[in-house]
Write a protein that binds this ligand. Structure first.
Ligand code: 5GP
Ligand code: ZN
Length: 113
């Protein structure tokens, strides 16, 4: 996707503060952090959102969660963290490329699941 911000970040065309990378996944720090630790985990493959997961591309989700477990260990998120994926208008998805927010480093509210 030539006009997708996160595809450009995955391709290295737009700089990011990289936290983790493997063949399938990139993780980098959110430019506007909502917690002391705020990391975005994306598949390198362009998938619009969690609503666009199919049997053919579903491995991208497990690839991201394998990365999340590694990042949690690497970044010492021993006190816990929250994983969020916004989908569509009502959830406030602003970048139409599947991504998982990792939020950590603060005691979070008990609401919003
Ligand atoms: P969404 O609202 O779609 O769930 O999350 C998009 C996230 O991407 C937001 O938290 C926003 O701060 C972050 N973001 C937007 N543009 C950039 C950018 O150019 N670089 C980085 N590192 N994060 C970005
Ligand atoms: Zn994309």
């Amino acid at each position: 996707m030539s006009d997708c911000l996160f595809c450009k970040i995955a391709a290295g065309e737009i700089p990011s503060t990289k936290v983790y990378e493997d063949e399938k996944v990139l993780a980098f720090r959110d430019i506007n952090p909502q917690a002391p630790v705020h990391i975005l985990v994306i598949p390198k493959q362009h998938i619009e959102s969690a609503a666009a997961i199919t049997p053919e591309n579903a491995s991208a989700v497990s690839d991201c969660f394998l990365a999340i477990a590694k990042i949690a260990a690497q970044e010492h998120l021993d006190n816990g963290f929250r994983v969020i994926s916004n989908v569509g208008e009502d959830a406030g998805q602003t970048v139409k490329h599947l991504h998982f927010h990792i939020l950590a480093g603060v005691k979070m509210g008990e609401r919003i699941v």
